[in-house]
Design a protein around this ligand. Structure first.
Ligand SMILES: Nc1ncnc2c1ncn2[C@@H]1O[C@H](COP(=O)(O)OP(=O)(O)O)[C@@H](O)[C@H]1O
Ligand SMILES: O=P(O)(O)OC[C@H](O)CO
Length: 493
C-alpha cells in the first residue's frame, strides 16, 4: 500500500477533531476545533449541525495542509461520532430544519414516560436492547417533526432526512450523494432492530417516523463513498464502540471504559445479545465481514463534566488537571459524597428526575474534600455499572481498559481499581476512539491486513491495582448508595 496514512474524524460532543495515524497506529498529528453548546431551556442541549460540519471540514483541511500531505497520501478516512445526537435536514436544500438535539437533551422525557405507561418497554427492550429514555434519537426525531413548523408535511412528502452525526458528515463529505449510517449508530436510535438488523416498522409507527427519512444501514468497515478530493470513507462507528475496537477488546468478556464528559463502559459479548436484567443496554459493537459483535453498555451521563462544572461553574478549580493534586492533598473524602446527577442519572438507575446532591458536609469540609468526592463520584458510578454487568453475565471483571480525557488523573484510576477490586489498565495511545475508527477504515481498504496485525499495536502505559482495605471500600460504597438514594426523584413531576 503506497498511501502512508489513515485519517480519523472524531466528531465529539464538545469538539470536532481530525487525527492523522501512521501504519504503526501512532498519532502523527491532531487538529481540534470546539463548537458552540446551546442550552435554550433547562435540560435542553443543542448543536448547530452546520457549525459541526464547518469545524469538522476545517480540521480535516488543516490536518492535510499543516502536515504537507496530499489526499493521495491518505488510504482512507474513518468516522467516529457522539452518538444519538439527531439532525433532520431538507434533502433538496441541504439545510437542517432545526438545531441538532444532543444526546444529553431531556426535552422528550415526558414522551418517554407516556411510552412506558402505554406498555412499550418490553417490546423496545427486546427489539432494540435499549431502555425507553430521552437519550436516544427516536423521540428526538418525533419532537422535531411535531414542533418545527411544516416539518411533518415535508417528512410525509419524503423531503426530510434524519441522521446521527456520522450520517450528516458522510452526506456532507460526499456532497449529498450518500445517505447512510452504520449498525452501531443505528443501534442507538430506538428505531433499529438489533436482532434482524433492520429499521423496524413497529418502532417507526410508535414514534411516528416515516421510513423515507432513514439512511441505509451499513457495516462498520467498508467503503461508503469518497470525498470531493477522492479519499475513501471506509469506517464508521459510534465513539464508544470505536473505543472498544481501538482498545482491541475484540474477544467476548473484554471491557473498556471511556472517561470523557460522561463515562461509557462497554463489554464485548460476542455474537450473543445479553438482555440485561440490571438496566444496562444491549448494543451493537460492530459488524465486520458480515459478522455482528454485540456488547453490553453502561452509560453514565456526568463524569468528567463534574470536574468541568467545579472548574467553570463553581470556579473551585483552575484547571481539570489540578483536581489530582487537590484530591491527593487530603487523606480521604472527609465523609463527603457527591452524586453528580446534573442531568439525571443514567445506568443503572435511569432516573431522569434525579439531580446533583452533596451530602456529609461538616464545618471541617474543605474544597479539597469536594474535589476528592467529585472524582470518587466518577469511580463510584462506574463501579455501579460494573456490578450490574457482573450480575448480568455472572462473570467477575478482572481487567478494565480505560481511556478518555480524565484518565490522565492517577487518583481517579487508583480509586477506580480500589472500588472495582480489579486491574485498571491505561494504554499508551489514549486516543482509542479515533484509533478504533482508523482501524475500521484501514482494514476495509487493506491498509492493515488483519486484526492480528493491529492487535500487536496495543501497548500498556500503566496498570492500577487495588490497594485499599476491602472493609473500607465496602463501607464507602454503602455510603455512596445512601447518597444516590437522596438524589433520586428530586424534580417533582
Ligand atoms: N486530569 C483530569 N482529571 C479529571 N478530569 C479531567 C482531567 N482532564 C480532563 N478531565 C475531564 O475530562 C473531560 C474531557 O475528556 P474528553 O475525552 O476530551 O471528553 P469528550 O470527548 O466527552 O468531550 C472533561 O469533562 C474534563 O473535565
Ligand atoms: O462525545 P462523547 O465522547 O462525550 O460521547 C458521547 C456518547 O457517544 C453519547 O452516547
Amino acid at each position: 500500500m503506497s498511501e502512508k496514512y489513515i485519517i480519523s474524524l472524531d466528531q465529539g460532543t464538545t469538539s470536532s477533531r481530525a487525527i492523522l495515524f501512521n501504519h504503526d497506529g501512532l498519532i502523527v498529528s491532531v487538529e481540534q476545533e470546539e463548537f458552540t453548546q446551546h442550552f435554550p431551556k433547562p435540560g435542553w442541549v443543542e448543536h448547530d449541525a452546520n457549525e459541526i460540519w464547518n469545524t469538522q471540514k476545517k480540521v480535516l483541511d488543516d490536518l492535510i495542509a499543516n502536515n504537507n500531505i496530499s489526499p493521495s497520501d491518505v488510504a482512507a478516512i474513518g468516522i467516529t461520532n457522539q452518538r444519538e445526537t439527531t439532525v433532520v435536514w431538507n434533502k433538496n436544500t441541504g439545510e437542517p430544519i432545526h438545531n441538532a438535539i444532543v444526546w444529553q437533551d431531556r426535552r422528550t422525557s415526558k414522551l418517554c414516560d407516556e411510552l412506558r405507561a402505554k406498555g412499550h418497554s418490553d417490546m423496545v427492550s427486546e427489539k432494540t436492547g435499549l431502555v425507553i429514555d430521552a437519550y436516544f434519537s427516536g423521540t428526538k426525531i418525533n419532537w422535531l417533526l411535531d414542533n418545527v413548523e411544516g416539518a411533518r408535511e415535508l417528512a410525509e412528502k419524503g423531503d426530510l432526512l434524519f441522521g446521527t452525526m456520522d450520517t450528516w458528515l458522510v452526506w456532507k463529505l460526499t456532497q449529498g450523494k450518500v445517505h447512510i449510517t452504520d449498525v452501531t449508530n443505528a443501534s442507538r436510535t430506538m428505531l433499529f432492530n438489533i436482532n434482524t438488523l433492520e429499521w423496524d416498522d413497529e418502532l417507526l409507527k410508535m414514534l411516528n417516523v416515516p421510513r423515507t427519512m432513514l439512511g441505509e444501514v451499513k457495516e462498520s468497515s467498508e467503503v461508503y463513498g469518497e470525498t470531493a478530493d477522492g479519499i475513501s470513507i471506509a469506517g464508521i462507528a459510534g465513539d464508544q464502540q470505536a473505543a472498544l475496537f481501538g482498545q482491541m477488546c475484540i474477544d467476548p468478556g473484554m471491557a473498556k471504559n471511556t472517561y470523557g464528559t460522561g463515562c461509557f463502559l462497554v463489554l464485548n459479548t460476542g455474537d450473543e445479545i445479553i438482555h440485561s436484567k440490571n438496566n444496562l443496554l444491549s448494543t451493537i459493537a460492530w459488524k465486520i465481514d458480515g459478522k455482528v459483535t454485540y456488547a453490553l453498555e453502561g452509560s453514565v451521563f456526568v463524569a468528567g463534566a463534574v470536574i468541568q462544572w467545579l472548574r467553570d461553574g463553581l470556579q473551585l478549580l483552575q484547571s481539570a488537571d489540578k483536581s489530582e493534586e487537590m484530591a491527593a492533598s487530603v487523606e480521604d473524602n472527609g465523609g463527603v459524597y457527591f452524586v453528580p446527577a446534573l442531568t439525571g442519572l443514567g445506568a443503572p438507575y435511569w432516573d431522569q428526575y434525579a439531580r446533583g446532591t452533596i451530602v456529609g458536609i461538616t464545618r471541617g469540609t474543605t474544597k479539597e474534600h469536594f474535589v476528592r468526592a467529585a472524582l470518587e463520584s466518577i469511580a463510584f458510578q462506574v463501579a455501579d455499572v460494573v456490578s450490574a454487568m457482573e450480575a448480568d453475565t455472572g462473570v467477575k471483571l478482572e481487567t478494565l481498559k480505560v481511556d478518555g480525557g480524565a484518565v490522565a488523573n492517577n487518583i481517579l484510576l487508583q480509586g477506580q481499581a480500589d472500588f472495582l477490586g480489579c486491574e485498571v489498565v491505561r494504554p499508551m495511545v489514549l486516543e482509542t476512539t479515533a484509533l478504533g475508527a482508523a482501524y475500521l477504515a484501514g482494514l476495509a481498504v487493506g491498509y492493515w491486513e488483519s486484526l492480528e496485525e493491529i492487535q500487536k499495536q496495543w501497548k500498556e502505559d500503566k496498570t492500577f491495582r487495588p490497594k485499599k482495605d476491602p472493609g473500607i471500600v465496602k463501607e464507602e460504597k454503602r455510603q455512596w448508595k445512601r447518597a444516590v438514594e437522596r438524589s433520586r426523584g428530586w424534580i417533582e413531576i
